[in-house]
Design a binder for this molecule. Sequence first.
Ligand code: PGA
Ligand code: ZN
Length: 431
Amino acid sequence: MNPSRIASLKLRQILDSRGRPTVEADVILHDGSLGRASVPSGASTGKYEVRELRDGDAESYESYGVQSVVATALQACEGQMQGVDALDQTAVDATLRWIDGTPDLGRVGANPILALSLATARAAAAHVRQPLHVYLRSLVPGVAPSMPMPMTNILSGGAHAGGGMDFQDFLAMPVGATTYSQALEWIARVRSAAARLMAQEGRVTLLADEGGLSPGFESAEQALTLMVRAIEAARLRPGHDMAITIDVAASQLYVEEQRCYHLRRAGRELTSDAMMSYVFDLCGKYPIVSVEDPFDQDDWEAWQSFTRKLGDRSLQLVGDDFFATNAQRLASGIERQVANAVLIKVNQNGTLSGTLDVMALARKAGYATVVSARSGETEDSFIADLAVATGAGQIKIGSVRNSERQSKYNQLLRIEEEAGLTFAAFMHKRR
Ligand code: PGA
Ligand code: ZN
């Protein structure tokens, strides 16, 4: 038997960073090479993502269990996957898709399928005795690998912080850093400075789901002002050394019946036009270089007008729920000239090859790519290697707190030491 072919699979239920069950897979090849991977889970999940399955048994982990999901998936997949060559990731993922047979992977479940897809890539890397990021480069020939620029959650709101602030993430991006390790040190400084300032003001400094602070400010202006003060307190220049990025996660704010965005903490209801002006003004008043999901995933008109309104202004406009790491949605966006960057979440897509296809499409159209973790994560650092190998340019992991985040930040430190790769400068697109 060819030593790089799949011999056996294992799927198990483990816990994620929210204490909820998730799926871990082991893929074992004929030569004994083992690949293991586990999958994350979102809280502000978009409606165009592939389908994560849960057991729905109220007696087990409040219906979040995946014991029967993994049992059924193993039964469906093992016989078909045995004998597939792990070095042929396209065939591996095509087989997984074929086994499921639905576009959203809702029959077997996107969670076990992605775990198997990623675990197979790890097994293949073990087989060829290469670090994962080196092996992944062979799947994207012609692409220059690089160390990604991190955008790091400092303040959290939305679904990650009990709705404490309307906008979901206020992040720091060390645009002036010249190496990844310097970037990380600057971020850690800003994160600490923000906590110190909040403590001085008598605010709680408890952590949100991604390890960010959750001050519960009523307005985005208050959050942005604190961000600027934290950057200055960290002895960095706002906008020059450290810029700000925001993730509005506006699908969570949109009330379809009323066709408007409810900013509950601010006590405001905004039409798409008003939301557009509001976000546009914030970007003028604060050193914001990137905005994610400022509109609902179905509010194409607003996305299109906002992209037009940006004109020459160099602002990165990122589609997360909006593109859902889905090739068709991104292709429509490119065709209609909407946004200029795409968030890349492996579990929105469902397979590694599918994710690489979306990244290739973005690269070809000149859209920036931001490889991203989810709010529910495991200690798996796969996305760190993925971001490097694909020269993604940017990575969004959450805050520099909690081991499920640090596993990725620290893996990037190891890769930086080992590979001597260039650090991706942040280049925002002009349209
Ligand atoms: P999620 O949030 O993982 O809860 O979906 C992350 C994001 O919106 O970027
Ligand atoms: Zn988002």
